[in-house]
Design a protein around this ligand. Sequence first.
Ligand code: SIN
Ligand code: FE2
Length: 225
Amino acid sequence: MTLQAWMAAGYAEKNMKKEASKRSVEPDLTIRGVTVFRGLVPSEVQRALVDDLREVVASAPLFRPETARGQKMSVRMTSAGSVGWVSDRRGYRYQELHPSGLPWPQIPPRALEIWRTVSGSDRLPDSCLVNFYDADARMGLHQDRDEADLTEPVVSVSLGDEALFRLGNLTRGGSTQSVWLRSGDVVVLAGEARLIHHGIDRLRPGSSTLLPQGGRINLTLRVAR
Ligand code: SIN
Ligand code: FE2
């Protein structure tokens, strides 16, 4: 059984109460058009993904990006794929090299399986942003709009401590709604909700034992080019 089939089977079993449908997996929650698949990634796969990410970080070390205005972000980042997301005094962009000058490592196949399970896209992501949040890190409300084709979804995977995910609107300002994301949850920003403002307010330190030192990893898979 492929990893994708295994994840889908376990997830489908958990969601048996729900109406049968054509798709193998259905979201548990839709907020402002953003879909949340609760616990889609089984804990064994979460652990294997963390091992994959150790290898990613070994060849493309985490760095703390600076905004164009010169402010250090609290989240540490790196990427996998043919392009990675970087931000510095020159602004933010996708580029083919890690700040060290080396190419980014390959996207872990396990992460691609998650994309295949939920994205509904015929394409594969060419970039996987890896965000590491320590207990005090946060991410302000923003849109993901640096990708060439904004009809392609963004798939985000939560690993480790729970995080309060805030959703705003397609334009700046207005009301917001929040949801706690747990380890193994997968969020999809697609269609009408692709450009929704989103951010992370705070972590719930100690809420997961997945990462020995605590904290949270978020993977965001994107078709950047
Ligand atoms: C992001 O928007 O890049 C990260 C979202 C998250 O950490 O869940
Ligand atoms: Fe984002």
